[in-house]
Design a protein around this ligand. Sequence first.
Ligand code: HEM
Length: 134
Amino acid sequence: MRSFEALLMEYYLPLKHLHMLCAFLSATLFIGRLLLDVTGKPQWRHSPLRRLPHINDTLLLTLAFTLLAIGPWQPFTHQWLGFKILLLLGYIGFGVGALKQSLAVPTRTICALLALAQLAGIFYLARFKPVLFL
Ligand code: HEM
């Protein structure tokens, strides 16, 4: 009979692929909303595009913490993961700023650039899992 751990690990890869799908969708939806604002179409806020990213991001994070719970990774042991979580906080904060209509355009532009840089960092850390400090 297989152990409970072995059974859980069977779910690991499909859950990771779902997490990756949500990650790519999250990036696409964020960049898409930025582009709509840049091209003078802020009306997306009155379409399903207002709620869809929140639903996707909730799923992305739920899957992320499920992977943590059943997989071998620990944020204080595996530095790429710890830094990924830190960058995620920045991505959320600057991402909110970038889409906030009440902020001045230069502020929003800086927020957008910082959010995109942190998103790129998240993908890099996830993909290559570098050892940052020995
Ligand atoms: C915007 C947020 C996030 C993005 C864009 C993202 C992206 C990704 C990607 C692309 C992978 C697949 C890497 C590969 O094997 O090629 C991945 C894996 C993973 N992510 Fe995330 N992720 C995000 C948030 C998180 C968070 C917050 C956590 C933890 C709390 C997390 C935990 C993990 C884990 C444990 C894996 C599996 C690593 C492995 O088994 O190879 N992710 N993520």
